[in-house]
Design a protein around this ligand. Structure first.
Ligand code: AMP
Ligand code: MG
Length: 270
């Protein structure tokens, strides 16, 4: 058990996001500078573990990132996976579905992007959008999205039973922090490309999204595919929590490097 497990949502537990301080740093005693030092060490360890996972070629890890707009998904990927060998790591962003995707069941578009042996897959948004944005905007009838919690849990159980380790992170920011970040996207020309006209409409539905997240997380946090609610107002703490959980997870996978042919010992390459 690591102290960072306090952010894991225990299966069957109740969840009120309002009880989780987005600005808190409860699992770490140090300040930002110490947090960044710790992060650097974890980052090196993650690099080693990812290389070993790839070399072993037998196990797979799926990382799901969900957040409201400006929640920090992109920054998380940049910081946590900084320097990790892109070979063996694949990032997939799930945007608004295409016509072809909409012509299929909601899991159809995600399944091809699960990790294969030796791989880490990182999902920037995911099948959870189909019980989040879809619910908030009534994109399908309630009776239909309601059933999806069970389908999601069954899908993830299938992945886990077939050998995929799954970790899911909700980057929890405060409404104030979102305002600042969205304002920055307007004011800073270098960030303006991130601005979407829809962002303000989504912000107006803040409470609906909190509720949709609470229900989705509670309905689908399982032993095999746990959710973590990560305080995300402070980027360094967010990165630290996720790095710590991933390093801990990979260490628990007992990765073994292939031994290779013992007969080559002593062979001299000329
Ligand atoms: P962004 O991550 O800012 O590039 O925006 C992607 C947009 O696609 C977000 O507004 C998501 O809510 C939206 N999106 C992702 N998946 C779905 C989905 N299954 N149905 C509807 N909208 C989606
Ligand atoms: Mg956006």
């Amino acid at each position: 058990m690591s102290r960072f497990d306090q952010h894991r949502i225990v299966p069957g537990a109740k969840l009120r996001l309002a009880d989780h301080d987005p600005h808190g740093t409860p699992a770490f005693d140090g300040d930002k500078q110490e947090g960044k030092q710790r992060l650097a060490a974890l980052n090196e360890r993650l690099e080693e573990l990812q290389e070993a996972l790839y070399a072993e070629g037998k196990q797979r890890l799926l990382v799901v990132l969900q957040a409201l707009d400006a929640g920090g998904k992109d920054g998380t990927i940049r910081a946590v996976f900084d320097g990790v060998n892109p070979q063996g790591v694949k990032v997939k962003c799930f945007k608004r579905p295409t016509e072809l995707e909409l012509a299929h069941d909601f899991l159809w578009r995600v399944h091809p992007h699960v990790p294969g042996n030796g791989e880490i897959a990182i999902w920037n948004r995911s099948h959870y959008e189909d019980v989040l944005v879809v619910r908030v905007h009534d994109l399908v009838p309630k009776a239909q999205w309601r059933r999806r919690y069970e389908h999601i849990a069954a899908f993830e159980r299938l992945l886990a039973d077939e050998g995929t380790v799954i970790r899911k992170f909700f980057l929890h920011i405060s409404k104030d922090e979102q305002r600042e970040r969205l304002q920055e996207r307007i004011d800073n020309p270098k960030k303006r490309w991130k601005w979407n006209d829809g962002d303000l409409q989504e912000r107006a539905r803040w409470n609906d999204y909190q509720e949709a997240y609470e229900e989705a997380i509670v309905a689908t946090s399982t032993e095999a595919a746990p959710w973590y609610v990560v305080p995300a107002d402070r980027n360094w703490y967010r990165d630290l929590v996720i790095s710590e959980v991933l390093v801990h997870t990979l260490e628990g996978m007992h990765i073994r490097l292939p031994e290779g042919d013992p007969d080559i010992a002593g062979t001299v390459v000329k």
